[in-house]
Design a protein around this ligand. Structure first.
Ligand code: GDP
Length: 487
């Protein structure tokens, strides 16, 4: 269950923006409506003299004064098993997409065979009569963005390692993320059909990393698969269900629903839509939802097969159509009494977010003498600025990139993202970049026809990347370059 910044601040008796700045000090950039990881929350709780009580995989976390005991486990009787939410991570080209595709095609929910599937950011399958929810935004960008916000929907992480390539930097990075989140990885050794496959080498590497597989005397579940041929996939799904059983995943379907936004975009003809994963309660058509500054009265929800759903129980991913504005990826939604309440709460949230941002800016200069303030202002104007327009393939990756970029700090060079969006790099992006003296950065997106010519004509730099850390490194290099004296 989510530990939302605002509620948590209330529990601790501190101002939300105070908490937000403490989080910043910890390198976490969260907004008021985002939720926090358990370990982060407990660290903060400890700092304020509280003890965080987590009811694992159950319902309702609370930060409590040590002596205080209120609200014991509520509605325990209503807790029911729920499907696990699984994400697939690993190095590029090791087969994440192939695995997701294979699993999806081979296990389409009963009655949906032949349907047209859509990318909504997650899908649900049935294996041996048990449901499993897969987050299908491969790569750890989305996962990382979620984690940065603590909105952790992942119960089980599958770490894909290609048998012919072994552990790679991104594999290790993914493993780090997984371990940090307290999730036990299941390792899928993929591409065992290839000539160069060396399963033992991968197992050796697992042992070196302290995650030895069970057949090597360790604890880590490890399955050998071929996403191309389908070998071992049944075993893999069996293991996922086994792990889910061990975790005793539960939720209360009778409560008012709450959950997390995993993807959001503006769709032509549909306006702002968002895929949410229901974490608690059952989401129904007609429910009034509030999610940060966004609100909606659910008119329609669609599953990944484009089928309209009336109800979505815990762990179900659904595309909710008709938001007032696009909610943030990773933000938590809540069900409220009615549409009017939702609208007014959303307005409050927006107002509060703005006020807190302003307060944070004030805080930054608080305590400075007028002279210091002046110097700070001058320094700011003298700072060189690298301006960027960022385009990415999905909302999740866009968010992750912008977050990573804004975390690059330099005393002498400022970074400003003057525009961002999901989709191909268009002529209008180039025009905007030209007008704003900015560069265009693309992630997993191509340029529209004719864009290259316009860019050349206007001397606008466009660069595209497929790996997030390469993108970030390059931008950092660009910033450093700006410091070099020109001869
Ligand atoms: P991702 O970048 O991790 O999502 O990797 P992809 O799923 O796009 O796979 C990268 C390449 O490896 C593609 O050309 C796939 O066809 C290929 N591939 C994926 N899984 C297997 C496998 O099990 N065996 C073989 N031989 N090729 C595979």
């Amino acid at each position: 269950p989510p530990i939302v910044v605002r509620d948590f601040a209330n529990e601790l008796g501190v101002k939300p923006f105070k908490l937000i700045s403490e989080l910043m000090e910890m390198g976490i950039f969260a907004s008021i409506n985002q939720s926090l990881e358990e370990n982060v929350a407990s660290e903060l709780a400890a700092k304020h003299g509280f003890l965080l009580e987590i009811r694992h995989r159950g319902e309702g976390n609370k930060a409590k004064k040590k002596q205080q005991k209120k609200e014991e486990i509520d509605e325990t009787g209503d807790l029911e098993h729920r499907p696990p939410c699984v994400c697939i991570m690993g190095h590029v080209d090791h087969g994440k997409t192939s695995l997701l595709d294979y699993i999806r095609k081979a296990n389409v929910t009963k009655g949906e065979a032949g349907g047209i599937t859509q990318h909504i950011g997650a899908y649900q399958i049935e294996h041996n009569d048990h449901k499993i929810t897969f987050l299908d935004t491969p790569g750890h960008e989305a996962f990382n963005s979620m984690r940065a916000r603590g909105a952790d929907v992942t119960d089980i992480a599958i770490l894909v390692v290609a048998a012919d390539d072994g552990f790679k930097p991104q594999t290790d990075e993914a493993l780090k993320f997984i371990q940090k989140s307290g999730v036990q990885p299941i390792v899928a050794i993929n591409k065992i059909d290839t000539k160069g496959a060396n399963v033992d080498k991968v197992k050796q590497q697992m042992q070196e990393r302290g995650i030895a597989s069970e057949d090597w005397g360790g604890q880590t579940i490890c399955v050998e698969v071929s996403a191309l041929k389908g070998t071992g996939i049944e075993d893999l799904l069996d293991m996922v269900l086994l792990q889910a059983e061990v975790l005793e995943l539960q939720a209360n379907p009778k409560k008012k629903s709450s959950g997390v936004v995993i993807e959001a975009s503006v769709e032509v003809g549909r306006g702002p839509t968002a895929t949410v994963i229901v974490q608690s309660g059952t989401l129904k058509v007609g429910d009034a939802l509030v999610c940060g500054p966004a609100s909606t009265k659910v008119k329609a929800m669609l599953d990944e097969n484009g089928k309209q759903l009336k109800k979505a129980p815990p762990a179900t991913p659904v595309r909710v159509i008709g938001w007032s504005t696009t909610p943030d990826c990773g933000a938590v939604y809540e069900t409220v009494k009615n549409e009017k309440t939702a609208k007014s709460l959303a307005a409050d949230n927006e107002h509060q977010m703005k006020a807190e941002m302003a307060a944070m800016e004030d805080e930054a200069t608080a305590g400075m003498s007028p002279q210091e303030k002046l110097f700070a202002a001058i320094a700011k104007t003298q700072k060189k600025t690298l301006r960027l327009i960022v385009k990415a393939d999905a909302f999740g990756s866009l968010e992750a990139i912008c977050e990573a970029l804004t975390s690059i700090t330099s005393e002498k060079v400022a970074l400003e993202i003057i525009g961002k969006g999901v989709g191909v790099i268009s002529k209008s992006d180039v025009e905007k970049a030209h007008a704003g003296e900015a560069e265009v950065i693309g992630f997993n997106v191509r340029s529209d026809n004719g864009v290259a010519a316009v860019a050349k004509n206007k001397a606008v730099k466009i660069s595209s990347y497929q790996i997030i850390y390469e993108l970030v490194d390059r931008v950092r290099d660009d910033m450093i370059e700006m410091l070099d004296p020109e001869y």
